[in-house]
Write a protein that binds this ligand. Structure first.
Ligand code: HEM
Length: 715
């Protein structure tokens, strides 16, 4: 070893150097399909959180949390002796990263513990909130996930401050490493203003999808104003866009903002430059704490979080109607906080309206509003709602309690996943309710009727696939349960081939009516029958497992608009793309596979099977490189890896498969097909399936992956 070289091998142990995706930025990042597996999970493989949490002593937990709220600790004292504001902000920031476009983000996984969220500028000092909760987490152990505790703490904070909350469902299972699939934006700088490099904005302030926050490192809008310039009307635009992307309408938005800021305060009584780095960049001796003020006191009345300073209401530890009273009755002027941030302060404020200092009740402090709060007064629509809430505090409390419940549960999916004594009885439209389905019909009789219905393998398999493929693991929405493929808007989506769909559905609906099975079950059963027939044609006898019990949702149970985000704009499994997108078709395939909870291997088996089953959208001739459509053979992989052929681009993501010897065009393929031959990892899988003795393995793997898709939403 030459002198001066480090004796420790770099790479595997100490630093990662350049990753493959950095060397070759266009390479597919298959890692997104291999997250949260048993190797990263400290719990035993048979640990089932949903079962464990059922054994939690819910009453004791509630009591402990209520006690914690007013048990101020010297290392991070509670403002006015109450941690409610801090806990609520933590819960809101955990839940508020949810966005409807891809269902990612949200409080459902406990991702606030990990980068980047644990270190986002907007999440400053929420590390303190989690450390305050640690004794409770430690006490209840594996029966209580961090994700549930983070969501519940804010809810209990509201209870402790006098709000009658709407309910709570447990059941959020923790992840153990940061999510690799969530796109938070392309900017390379925290809080980069719009218009800077890789900006998320284009045109007339059009926010890139699926993003829902206006800046890298914020949950929603900039509290000082758009790009830091106070202007409540401009901020109103940002608030509306971002809250809509969190599934909130105007009324819910006003309720949440006002209800959030009815309690707690902003922290900016000091110099933000004195704070240490965020947790992920902190010194080792800080032990995961960030934003420490090591040179000055930096706690209590001297703490700095957002840089804005002051409380919104006179009694910030009580649930009351003070927010609207003050917002609507005072004139507000824009001022700078001690930390130099823009904020709004009341003109000629009455002494009795001023809140007390957080440490010394004999001192009175000034009130404050952020630019977003001012939007609740200045935007005409928001103002109408604010005035109604001001006039009717009881109505405000009810709307807020429901919106808070939605905020903290929206990414949990169906109500069947909620656990605990406080789950509300009522079915809510945003939960996409599905009635319980019949389980006592004669499954074999249904199968026989399907077999003699005259439907082709392609028709049965495509319909079942289309019914199930809307499922996304991110927020557990969509899927075959409910048979919403019969209803608007799904039945009319071009990706569902409405004409073919209507024909197949009319046959399957009759079978459902004759047998007592739900249409949802019959759709899946027909798909299974198609797969079994195609496997048998390939000489492999398989029985696709089936569990009955799906229900049929009605149009009244379906919020059409909210289903629009589930429309597949690309489905690489059916070789379909609605239009050209910025990202490549193969990246969209990966995105869909990730949302469906598939591994790269399962994705490969499914694509290979779907191609030979004749399920390409509109029976497109591209991608079907077999002479035996409808037979579940491994032909796709055999032909893909056969050096007898070469692949020639012909434009529009389409390729000719040319016989090298004769020069004849044998079949045609798409980019998505070719990725299974070109990407080194996917090719490795394709080679497995192309091997001479692996036809049966291929069928079994296809069936297992198929079954996973068909049952993904059975909770
Ligand atoms: C319109 C978007 C919103 C903006 C721009 C915004 C902005 C802010 C800012 C700047 C702070 C001060 C943080 C600090 O310095 O400690 C804050 C605190 C807080 N926010 Fe919001 N917020 C918004 C919406 C919400 C919502 C929807 C909720 C909950 C439903 C909420 C609940 C709270 C609470 C409870 C605090 C007090 C934290 C404490 O007392 O430590 N906010 N917010």
């Amino acid at each position: 070893m030459s002198q001066g070289k480090c004796p420790v091998m770099h790479g595997s142990t100490t630093e990662s150097g350049m990753s493959n995706t950095e060397w070759w930025p266009k390479t597919l990042n298959l890692d997104i399909l291999h997250q949260h597996d048993t190797m990263t999970n400290p719990m035993a493989a048979d640990f089932n959180y949903a079962e464990a949490v059922k054994t939690l002593d819910f009453a004791a937990l509630k009591k402990d949390l209520l006690a914690l709220m007013t048990d101020s600790q010297e290392w991070w004292p509670a403002d006015w002796g109450h941690y409610g504001g801090l806990m609520i902000r933590m819960t809101w920031h955990a839940a508020g990263s949810y966005r409807i476009a891809d269902g990612r983000g949200g409080a459902g996984t406990g991702n606030l513990r990990f980068a980047p969220l644990n270190s986002w500028p907007d999440n400053t000092n929420l590390d303190k909130a989690r450390r305050l909760l640690w004794p409770i987490k430690k006490k209840y152990g594996n029966k209580l996930s961090w994700a549930d505790l983070i969501a519940y703490a804010g809810t209990m904070a509201y209870e402790s401050m006098g709000l009658n909350t709407y309910g709570f469902g447990f059941g959020r299972e923790d992840i153990w490493h940061p999510e690799k699939d969530t796109y938070w934006g392309s900017e390379k700088e925290w809080l980069a203003p719009s218009g800077s490099e890789n900006s998320r904005y284009s045109g007339e302030r059009d926010l890139e999808n699926p993003l829902a926050a206006v800046m890298m490192g914020l949950i929603y809008v900039n509290p000082e104003g758009v790009d830091g310039n106070p202007d409540p009307l401009k901020t109103a635009h940002d608030v509306r866009v971002t809250f809509e992307r969190m599934a909130m309408n105007d009324e819910e938005t006003v309720a949440l903002t006002a209800g959030g800021h009815t309690v707690g305060k902003c922290h900016g009584n000091g110099d933000a430059a004195l704070l240490s780095a965020e947790p992920e960049a902190g010194e080792i001796e800080d032990q995961g704490f960030g934003w420490l003020n090591k040179s000055k006191r930096g706690i209590g009345r001297d703490s700095v979080t957002s840089g804005i300073e002051g409380a919104w209401t006179t009694e910030p530890t009580q649930w009351d109607n003070g927010y609207f009273h003050l917002l609507l009755n005072y004139e507000w002027e824009s001022k700078k906080s001690p930390a130099g941030a823009w904020q709004w302060e009341p003109v000629d404020v009455k002494e009795e309206d001023k809140p007390a200092d957080v440490e010394d009740p004999s001192i009175r402090r000034n009130l404050v509003m952020t630019d977003a709060d001012m939007a609740m007064k200045m935007d005409p629509e928001y103002r109408k709602i604010s005035e109604r809430f001001y006039q009717d505090p009881e109505y405000f409390s009810q709307v807020f309690a429901r919106a808070w419940f939605k905020l903290t549960h929206r990414d949990m999916g169906p109500k069947a996943r909620y656990i605990g004594p406080d789950v509300p009885q009522e079915d809510l439209l945003w939960q996409d309710p599905v009635p319980k389905g019949n389980t006592s019909y004669d499954v074999q009789a249904v199968i026989e009727k399907i077999k003699s219905s005259g439907l082709s393998v392609s028709e049965m398999v495509s319909t079942a696939w289309d019914s199930a493929r809307t499922y996304r693991n991110s927020d557990k929405r969509g899927g075959a349960n409910g048979a919403r493929i019969r209803l608007a808007p799904q039945k009319d989506w071009p990706g569902n081939e409405p004409e073919r769909l209507a024909k197949v559905l009319s046959v399957l609906e009759n079978i459902a009516a004759d047998t007592g099975a739900s249409v949802a079950d019959v759709i899946v059963l027909a798909g299974n029958v198609g797969v079994e027939q195609a496997a048998s044609a390939a000489g492999v006898s398989v029985k696709v497992p089936f569990t009955p019990g799906r229900g049929d949702a009605s149009a009244e149970m379906t919020d059409e608009t909210s289903f629009e985000v589930l429309e597949p704009l690309h489905d690489g499994f059916r070789n379909w793309m609605k239009k050209d997108y910025v990202v490549s078709p193969e990246e969209m395939l990966l995105d869909r596979a990730q949302l469906m909870g598939l591994t790269a291997c399962e994705m490969t088996a499914l694509v290979g099977g779907m191609r030979v089953l004749g399920t390409n959208h509109g029976q497109s001739k591209h991608g079907v490189f077999t002479d035996n459509v409808g037979v579940l053979s491994n032909d796709f992989f055999i032909n893909l890896t056969d050096m007898q052929y070469r692949w020639q681009p012909t434009g529009d993501n389409v390729y000719d498969i040319v016989d090298r010897a004769s020069g004849a065009v044998k079949w045609t393929a798409t980019r998505v097909d070719l990725v299974f031959g070109s990407n080194s990892i996917l090719r490795a899988y394709a080679e497995v399936y192309a091997q001479d003795d692996n036809q049966e393995k291929f069928v079994n793997d296809f069936v297992a992956a198929w079954n996973k898709v068909m049952n993904a939403d059975m909770f």
